[in-house]
Write a protein that binds this ligand. Structure first.
Ligand code: COA
Length: 254
């Protein structure tokens, strides 16, 4: 079975991370599947809304670290960057259902979702610095805007995680419910959106987001260039190798 399940019903294309044994960490081929699914959804009039979900225990542990170590994304056409461009410019509404850890891109992709429903076990983190990397998905722009610089600095410079209550307060998510109810709520809300006049929904999303669409696009490219370079540098190599070897990284020499 694929690591990304795609199911379309009642106007909603549901994308489910299906790699729970590896905490739904995302490989290059999963990014390609996600990017392709979003492109199909964009062009298919039968799809009026996309829903992204994990399972009740884990949303996503972010990039698959081994995969990144073995085949780092080398160009803007790499699947991870195709996915980021796709989600950031997607014109139809995107709903997310988040339970458990949402690490790295597991959190940053949510900046590009319109309605995010979270379980009270949701935990968000952007530990790029701890991995010798820098922010991606325009999170260096969007996190300070949403959270205020002080909290964004704790989240992005220290890599401190934050829980669902904090995410709700800062407006990253729309509502918190018990983990067992998140998927059903998100699906109901997605179907509600899909039943509304499509032109009004699209115009409203465009109007809410257009003010900084070009800034977001430019920041994604700028971050990707820095991120791509840093992946090959000693700090990231040490962080990734330490993760694979299940030990603490030693940054004293990098
Ligand atoms: N890449 C690759 N494999 C990952 C992974 C990742 N990002 N996250 C988890 N896994 C794998 C683990 O290596 C382990 O594999 P194994 O069973 O073959 O040893 C399995 O998933 C379970 O992970 P584990 O760490 O034991 O689960 P946990 O419940 O204790 O912790 C997390 C869950 C998500 C908190 C923890 O796995 C984690 O912090 N992962 C790394 C997150 C990260 O730094 N992502 C990169 C962001 S750019």
């Amino acid at each position: 079975m694929s690591d990304i399940l795609v199911h379309t019903e009642a106007g909603v294309m549901t994308l489910t991370f299906n790699r729970v044994d590896k905490k739904n960490s995302i490989t290059s081929s999963m990014y390609a599947e996600l990017a392709d699914a979003l492109a199909r959804a964009e062009g298919d009039a039968a799809v009026r809304c996309v829903l992204i979900q994990g399972d009740p225990t884990i949303f996503s542990a972010g990039n698959d670290i081994g995969d990144f170590l073995n085949g780092p994304p080398s160009t803007q056409e790499s699947p991870v960057f195709r996915f980021l461009r796709g989600i950031a410019t997607f014109t139809k509404p995107i709903v997310a259902a988040v339970c458990g850890p949402a690490v790295g891109i597991g959190t940053t992709m949510l900046f590009h979702c319109d309605l995010v429903y979270a379980g009270d076990n949701a935990m968000f983190s952007m530990p790029f610095v701890n991995l010798g990397l820098c922010p991606e998905a325009a999170s260096s722009l969007l996190a300070p805007q949403l959270m205020g610089y002080g909290r964004a600095a704790e989240a992005l410079l220290l890599g401190d995680p934050f829980m669902a209550e904090a995410a709700l307060e800062m407006g990253l998510i729309s509502r918190i419910v018990p983990p067992s109810e998140v998927a059903a709520l998100a699906q109901r809300q997605a179907q509600k959106l899909a039943a509304k006049p499509v032109s009004s929904v699209l115009a409203t999303k465009r109007l809410m987001r257009q003010g900084q669409a070009s800034l977001v696009a430019a920041r994604i490219v700028e971050e990707a260039q820095t991120f791509g370079r840093m992946l090959g540098e000693p700090a990231a190599k040490e962080a990734f190798t330490a993760f694979m070897e299940k030990r603490k990284p030693d940054f004293s020499k990098v």
